[in-house]
Design a protein around this ligand. Structure first.
Ligand SMILES: O=C(O)CCC(=O)C(=O)O
Ligand SMILES: [Fe+2]
Length: 625
């Protein structure tokens, strides 16, 4: 099932000054990857200062502005590039004799064209093993829209990193890097070792591909350095790397955007030999080299042993280079939806959510206009998808932060103690009433397990202390962390739900009981999705919910389907959503008495044989009694 949460422990503490900023470079269409990275960071690392930077979607922009293929002039003239003064380095594509001669440092006046190409090839062969000959293609690649987008995104990241307080490093992640459980500990402990030794460094390759033939030597200055990094030789791919604040300043002031070429050729040119003399001679390269750019790297073996990071082989843009040779190169439309639809395949053949059922949320809370739009969608479709912002300091959005944390913590709970089950058994509810405070009935609260799923049920007005052992408490929370994150989740969901209901009928809101007898519920589900155990491929058959409104953050493994009241069609809503960034809201029975169509919904099981996984889902229901 989804990543297990392991307490981050072994690394030496980093002072708050040295605690890195994490920057994730992504595109709006890659929300699924972003969600995976966020979940990893919250589950496995103590890193909380996370900033998401949307790259420039070179392909999309070129399409929107009707830029003809291979027209660098037209490409540069697009407003988004012109406003940033981006100039593509015209010498990059090596396509003819003159350029081949220029690259090897001679001219066709003194060298015959064949000679120029021979010299060009022999230069590669000298620098790299024969088995690296493919590198010649990669190296000679034409600059593409994606390369430009990728270069601009990295340059944005350097600007942000350079603006951090002195001494504060920044970890830069492309969204197609797959972080492994050792990532947080490995990176923070190396940063602590560098800080302790007051070492001078500018960049650390965390995950990259080594192209140089030479062995890398262990980094050893100053003498008191106790870390395990190496001095980098020529490395390509910038899936995951770290820059010091001084390194970022060098990169940000190099003038790279005035001679833009593939960023993963730019970086190695700063600290190792680039085979192309013209590249070595570019002002942006010379400036950074003159500053004495120091690049370090995780050793390849170490990185493997520690399980730090890898490239997402499936779905990596780099591996699907189409038009684009750098990252961010998937075809338009996004991988999220297409993959997910083929996974479920139960509902009617609907491959796109109706536009009218999506409400984009800007900022941390719901604006009156968004609440009104959500209300309209509920009246028309019986459901609405709230799309949370996926750029900037995403965790500053309390709802998104609580979604990431509740998902991580409930996943950890459900993955816990498979052997004797004692943790889970200690969370079985006692049933009965909520105790002294109120008269809420708490049957079915706490942890229960059935054939197809296990579940933790909370009645909000009777929220137990995480260690509630008194007999008056109807059930026990698994931990303080689960309780706190879920509480924030329920509070955020309640706020949003009340705003939406108010936009439909303020009268219904007046019926809500006081918080201490709040009958609303929060359910965390873990569906086993073992299709061999169920003949009809259903995890929960079609039903409506009893309260006013039900809200659920969307899971990585799709299952939830809703019936669109405007057409009667079943929509595999979750498969068409981005996990964690989309919240599905549907009208429940009580809203029906106010003229809103009540949403029938069901939870399917993945088709046998299709790639799937276990599904964790956290659901909030706003109830009146
Ligand atoms: O698992 C889900 O996403 C939905 C569960 C559900 O419909 C319910 O709890 O009533
Ligand atoms: Fe339901």
């Amino acid at each position: 099932m989804a990543p297990k949460v392991s307490p981050s422990s072994s690394s030496p503490p980093l002072s708050s000054m040295h605690c890195p900023l994490v920057l994730i470079l992504t595109l709006p269409r890659n929300r699924r990857r972003l969600a995976t990275t966020l979940l990893h960071l919250r589950s496995h690392t103590p890193l909380t200062d996370i900033l998401v930077v949307h790259g420039f979607d070179g392909n999309l922009a070129a399409q929107q502005h009707n830029v003809p293929p291979l027209s660098i002039d037209a490409f540069e003239a697009m407003p988004s590039l012109r406003s940033q003064n981006v100039k593509v380095y015209r010498g990059w594509p090596v396509t003819d004799d003159i350029q081949a001669a220029r690259v090897v440092g001679s001219s066709t006046n003194t060298t015959s064209p064949e000679n120029a190409w021979l010299q060009y090839e022999s230069r590669f062969i000298k620098l790299w093993n024969a088995d690296r000959l493919r590198y010649a293609d990669f190296h000679c690649r034409r600059l593409t829209a994606g390369d430009v987008g990728c270069g601009i995104a990295h340059a944005r990241a350097w600007d942000i990193a350079a603006a951090q307080p002195e001494g504060r490093p920044t970890i830069i992640l492309e969204d197609d890097v797959a972080l492994l459980p050792g990532f947080g500990d490995a990176v923070t402990s190396e940063l602590a070792a560098l800080a302790l030794a007051e070492a001078r460094w500018h960049l650390i390759h965390i995950h990259s591909s080594k192209y140089a033939r030479r062995r890398e030597r262990p980094f050893d200055t100053p003498e008191n350095y106790r870390g395990s990094l190496y001095v980098a030789e020529h490395r390509k791919l910038l899936d995951a790397y770290c820059v010091s604040q001084s390194g970022a300043r060098i990169l940000a002031s190099s003038g790279y955007l005035s001679h833009l070429f593939p960023v993963d050729d730019f970086i190695p040119a700063l600290y190792s030999e680039h085979p192309r003399l013209d590249v070595m001679d570019l002002p942006c390269v010379r400036r950074a080299r003159d500053a004495g750019f120091v690049a370090l790297t995780f050793g390849d073996d170490d990185a493997l042993q520690q399980g730090v990071a890898s490239n997402r082989m499936v779905g990596s843009d780099s591996n699907r280079a189409h038009l684009i040779a750098g990252d961010f190169g998937v075809e338009l439309g996004g991988e999220d939806c297409a993959d997910a639809v083929t996974r479920v395949g139960h509902a009617d053949k609907i491959s796109k959510l109706p536009e009218t059922c999506i409400v984009n949320i800007h900022g941390a809370s719901l604006s009156p206009a968004c609440a009104a739009a959500a209300a309209e969608s509920l009246k028309r479709h019986s459901f609405v998808v709230l799309r949370l912002p996926s750029d900037g300091a995403v965790l500053a959005n309390p709802l998104l932060h609580s979604i990431v944390d509740t998902e991580a913590l409930w996943t950890q709970f459900f993955a816990s103690d498979d052997d004797d089950g004692s943790i889970k058994r200690s969370c079985i509810g006692r049933g009965g009433r909520a105790g002294e405070h109120n008269e809420l009935m708490c049957h079915g609260c706490g942890w229960t397990k059935q054939r197809l799923r296990e579940q933790y049920h909370i009645v909000c007005g009777a929220w137990p202390a995480e260690d509630a052992t008194s007999s008056s408490s109807p059930y026990v929370m698994p931990s303080r962390a689960v309780s706190e994150a879920s509480r924030v989740f329920a509070d955020c969901m309640r706020d949003v739900a009340i705003q939406i209901v108010s936009a439909i009928t303020p009268e219904a809101v007046e019926q809500l009981p006081p918080l201490e007898s709040d009958a609303s519920v929060l359910d965390a589900f873990h569906y086993f999705n073992d299709s061999s155990k169920s003949a009809n491929l259903t995890n929960m058959s079609a039903h409506t919910d009893p309260g006013l409104l039900t809200m659920t953050s969307t899971s990585f493994v799709a299952g939830l389907e809703v019936q669109d009241a405007s057409t009667g069609a079943w929509i595999p809503v979750e498969a068409l959503c981005s996990p964690m960034f989309d919240v599905v809201v549907f009208a429940a029975d009580v809203l029906g008495s106010y003229g809103v169509p009540v949403c029938a919904h069901r939870v399917t099981m993945p088709t046998p044989g299709k790639e799937s996984g276990e599904r964790v889902s956290v659901v909030y229901e706003l109830r009146v009694s």
